[in-house]
Design a protein around this ligand. Structure first.
Ligand SMILES: O=P(O)(O)OC[C@H]1O[C@](O)(CO)[C@@H](O)[C@@H]1O
Length: 127
């Protein structure tokens, strides 16, 4: 994403990432992020981009974390093994609403949101 190759719903390059997930679905991505911070090439590549994690159950966490982010250029990444975790689903819905209301106001079809929303799961069907 940091190469400007991936664009959002309006065609603007995606710039920042909001990662949603709790427990292991937060710690895994955080581990990778922390490990990559020791690589100078990655650090250089990531300049001007932000990665924010939404990892707790606080309902005002979403409001606090979207400050300064542009819905047009933010990629929301939802990480969950089950996609049944209430806190994660609540935050995913809130961010879907944040992006879709902003882009609908600009005349963009919500369907295009697929380019600004990324789902990460374990590939198994829920039981
Ligand atoms: O990845 P999911 O399905 O959203 O589940 C998250 C839950 O799973 C755990 O990571 C345990 O596997 C918990 O810490 C957390 O509450």
């Amino acid at each position: 994403m940091y190469s400007d190759e991936h664009v959002g719903a309006t065609g603007e390059p995606l710039k920042d990432v909001l990662a949603i997930g709790i427990g292991g679905s937060f710690l895994g991505p955080l581990f990778v992020h922390t490990a990559l911070q020791t690589d100078p090439e990655v650090v250089e590549f990531a300049k001007g981009h932000q990665l924010r994690f939404l990892a707790n159950v606080d309902p005002i966490d979403v409001a606090r974390n979207i400050i300064g982010l542009d819905p047009e250029t933010t990629c929301v990444v939802v990480v969950s093994k089950t996609f049944t975790t209430a806190e994660t689903m609540l935050k995913a819905r809130a961010l879907w609403e944040w992006i879709s209301s902003a882009l609908s106001a600009g005349g963009v079809l919500p369907l295009s949101l697929q380019y600004g929303f990324l789902i990460v799961e374990n590939g198994e069907q829920p039981q």
